[in-house]
Design a protein around this ligand. Structure first.
Ligand code: PLP
Length: 353
């Protein structure tokens, strides 16, 4: 086999098993189907697509619709096939060889993987308290690492909490260092951070969670026009195909329905949290569409296996830095939660005994 170039992020690769189970609560997707009328509207838009022609390279309509939603100008928006592609494009433009990226664990595994794949030196630091990053320790990390680019995730995956606004302000004012705020779960947050009109900030978002479109792959980011121009420069031409553009515009026609679905997810997440606490489990507060559960002295791997044998798939976080016996559980439907709670009660008896 021909050897790949060195320095790739493959060793620590992001891997979430896609097992054939009845209840999938492992990828923080939406368990909801799309709103009524969605597919008819999509059908109309798709019929207007000229598939023999290349797509609108600058996806003007999509840009304008996203800009209007977020109260920014179209020149402050860049979009891609999932926020992973947006993160990769940011790294192509601002990380890469000779640059250093700071990743503060535990957090979304793709940040370090993507940065490494672009040739950047990735410096990993750990929070003292898994569920909090203080302004003081963040400042020390910046002084020590002197990163060209820092990833901050709020609400953080997999721990679920939002970063404090003081910390976000400090990060946003760190001069010429780029700060990527990964806001994949911002719609579920009780403390959404408002637009940062600062030259060193990029806010990334996704349609995979609140917009129930994980299968379609769409994400975007907001930043100052100079940063967006760099992303436009390094991304492949015509990367956002015409069908995707039609789909995203359709999705934006149904924003109110998406917002009410988010409110329901939050309510169900909180009910699930209470039910799991009643089972005696340590459930961390969450500002996202998932819950992190710490099984303490109980073997999290074995609980995960028992759940899989009951056809319930959750995310096994036991090998993630600092997460001991933790499992991450996506908020699903009431029926899925009933299945989960039943399987969990049984697993606790089997593994705990
Ligand atoms: C924090 C975070 N950022 C980005 C993503 C990737 O999202 P997308 O589906 O838009 O690529 C995820 C997916 O789980 C995530 O948890």
């Amino acid at each position: 086999m021909v050897k790949p170039r060195s320095g790739l992020g493959l060793r620590a690769g992001y891997y979430s098993p896609q097992l054939d189970v009845e209840v999938r609560l492992n990828s923080n997707e939406s368990s909801e189907s799309l709103p009524e009328g969605f597919y008819q509207r999509l059908n109309q838009r798709v019929r207007e697509v000229q598939i023999n022609r290349y797509p609108d390279r600058s996806y003007h309509q999509v840009r304008e619709a996203l800009a209007e939603r977020d109260g920014v100008s179209p020149q402050e928006v860049f979009a891609g096939n999932g926020s992973n592609e947006v993160l990769q494009t940011i790294c192509l433009g601002f990380a890469g060889s000779g640059r250093t990226a700071l990743v503060i664990e535990p957090t979304y595994a793709m940040h370090s993987q993507i940065a490494r794949n672009t040739g950047a030196n990735v410096e990993i630091r750990f929070r003292r308290n898994t569920h909090e990053l203080t302004v003081g320790e963040y400042g020390n990390m910046l002084d020590e690492v002197q990163p060209d680019l820092t990833f901050l995730c709020s609400p953080n995956n997999p721990t679920g909490e939002s970063l404090s606004s003081e910390l976000l302000q400090v990060a946003a004012s760190s001069g010429d260092r780029l700060v990527v705020f990964d806001e994949a779960y911002v719609e579920f947050s009780s403390k959404p951070w408002t637009r940062a009109e600062l030259p060193n900030v990029v806010q990334t978002r996704t349609f995979s969670k609140a917009f129930a479109m994980a299968g379609a792959r769409f994400g975007y980011c907001i930043a100052v026009p100079e940063t967006i121009a760099v992303l436009d420069e390094v991304v492949l031409p015509y990367h956002l195909d015409s069908l995707k553009q039609a789909l995203v515009l359709t999705s934006l026609d149904f924003i109110e329905q998406a917002e009410s679905a988010v409110a329901e997810v939050i309510a169900r997440r909180d009910r699930l949290s209470r039910s799991m606490t009643e089972l005696g489990l340590d459930v961390y507060p969450s500002d996202a569409n998932f819950l992190l559960v710490d099984f303490g002295e109980i073997d999290g791997n074995r609980i995960w296996e028992e759940l899989v044998s009951a056809s319930v798939l959750v995310r096994n976080c036991t090998s993630w830095p600092g997460l001991g016996n933790c499992l991450r559980i996506t908020a699903g439907t009431e029926v899925e939660h009933e299945r989960l709670l039943e399987a969990l009660s049984r697993a606790l008896v089997v593994v705990g005994s």
